[in-house]
Design a protein around this ligand. Structure first.
Ligand SMILES: [Zn+2]
Length: 460
């Protein structure tokens, strides 16, 4: 039992800030909150003076468990205030291990994971796809992730998942209209599509056949029987799927940009809100693809936290992007990115639910942990308020995951997964970056510990 003393408690739902509170932590939970009874005594009490406490951040689109040894990346995430994450690709082994694993309060909490992502390899036809959904439900998956499936397979997947009360999330199936997917119950759309997925639904050219969905990201996982060459190819694809954009897709992108209709976009956003269809835009991931050769990436000081090999891979992806696409083509990607920012603002203004996510680990220029802060900045650039961004990383993920009893606010009885900030996060996005300490599962990690974990990651 200890106290975080004399701290300002922030409620992400309404932005209220209650100063001079003591937050009592007992075991892994918040035992109580009340007016401060005085300054912190000796450790384990924590001095909260001048600080703000918010629920721990959730990275709602990440892949750390794809790594052989995820510990450095997980520590890095925690060091940046991420106390929980939604793993976006699973394996039968991962589901098995999770059932046995004890909670580790030195890594973020695994909030949800699917089994293997659905692709033609395990979900090529409606029957096999439905069987795969049943298998994943049995193995304890929290949702199924669509990656590369046909509309016909999607219908079978959604029906089977509905029957088992399992959400379907992921990439919009190619060839399916985004409105139809939303109406059918698709729970969360990742990367705004990917490709033209959501943008195509905002076009006044929509009566035309929907364009191909463009840069088709390969599933970020290893195909068991793929040879080393195929494996390397897949990995390159994960690094930057935009690299595979054909000229036909680029033309379709140009069309979608030209045909963008704000009224259609607002209408779609309202449908998302009505159907409870969430979007996890992963703007940092989209930026890393569509502006892959932006020199700002190569100069990012946070690159020191990734391995030299990863840095080389990303630099090579940037060079390949520049070789493949001339200035005119790169300008289309840049316009697409700008339009996606505008779209996110519209989603927010119309009340469509949003999640903060990054697509770490493996994606070009997406540094585990640090990238959630890049995402905060991009959401701010899109026009979201600091409070709205805080919500997309805290109370909204709790709502999305039906974990509101345990998480999402700083309240008695909830999990003690918290971030201590040195600045007010409701005033500016800089406040969201000012992580001065993290509580995970009740255990307090001070600023020095967080810095040490970052440095450790940087020494690899
Ligand atoms: Zn992903």
């Amino acid at each position: 039992m200890y106290r975080i003393c004399d701290v300002a408690v922030v409620d992400p739902r309404d932005g209220s800030v209650t100063p001079h509170q003591d937050v009592h932590i007992d075991g892994g939970r918040i035992a109580g909150i009340g007016a401060t009874s005085g300054p912190a005594g000796e450790a384990p009490d924590v001095d909260g003076r001048g600080r703000f406490v918010v629920p721990g951040y959730a990275d709602m689109h990440a892949h750390p468990l794809n790594l052989g040894d995820p510990t450095p990346e997980l520590r890095l995430m925690l060091a940046f205030g991420i106390t929980g994450y939604r793993q976006m690709s699973g394996t039968p082994g991962l589901l098995r291990r999770r059932r046995r694993a004890a909670d580790d309060d030195r890594t973020p909490r695994l909030l949800a994971t699917p089994g293997p992502v659905l692709t033609p390899l395990n979900a090529g036809r409606p029957g096999t796809a439905a069987a795969e959904v049943r298998r994943q439900a049995r193995d304890g998956a929290d949702f199924v992730k669509a990656a590369l499936i046909t509309p016909e397979v999607y219908a079978a997947v959604q029906a089977e998942a509905d029957r088992l009360s399992l959400p379907v999330a992921g990439h919009l199936p190619a060839g399916i209209d985004v409105r139809a997917a939303s109406a059918a119950g698709f729970r969360s759309i990742e990367h705004l599509g990917p490709g033209l997925g959501v943008l195509a639904g905002c076009s006044c050219h929509e009566e035309q056949p929907a364009p191909g969905r463009g840069p088709i990201p390969a599933p970020p996982f290893r195909i068991p029987f793929a040879g080393r060459v195929a494996d390397r190819m897949l990995q390159r694809l994960v690094v930057n799927p935009a690299q595979l954009t054909s000229s036909a897709t680029l033309d379709a992108t140009r069309d979608a940009i030209a045909g963008f209709d704000e009224g259609r976009a607002r209408e779609l956003a309202r449908e998302f809100a009505a159907n409870d269809t969430w979007n996890c835009p992963t703007l940092i991931r989209l930026r890393g693809q569509q502006l892959c050769d932006d020199p700002a990436f190569a100069a990012d000081p946070d690159l020191r936290y990734v391995t030299a090999k990863e840095r080389r891979t990303w630099a090579a992806a940037a060079a390949a992007f520049r070789r493949k696409f001339d200035e005119r083509r790169r300008a289309v990607f840049a316009e697409q990115f700008a339009l996606q920012l505008r779209l996110v603002r519209i989603l927010d203004e119309e009340g469509a639910p949003l999640l903060a996510g990054t697509d770490a680990v493996g994606a070009a220029w997406v540094v585990a942990g640090a990238s959630l802060h890049d995402e905060f900045d991009l959401l701010a650039e899109a026009g979201l308020s600091p409070l709205r961004i805080l919500r997309a990383a805290t109370s909204d993920p709790a709502r999305f995951l039906h974990r509101e009893r345990d998480a999402g606010t700083v309240e008695a009885g909830k999990e003690a997964d918290l971030v201590l900030l040195d600045r007010d996060p409701t005033v500016s996005v800089a406040g969201l970056h000012a992580v001065g300490g993290v509580v995970r599962g009740g255990r307090y990690h001070d600023g020095a510990t967080l810095t040490a974990w970052k440095e450790e990651a940087g020494r690899r």
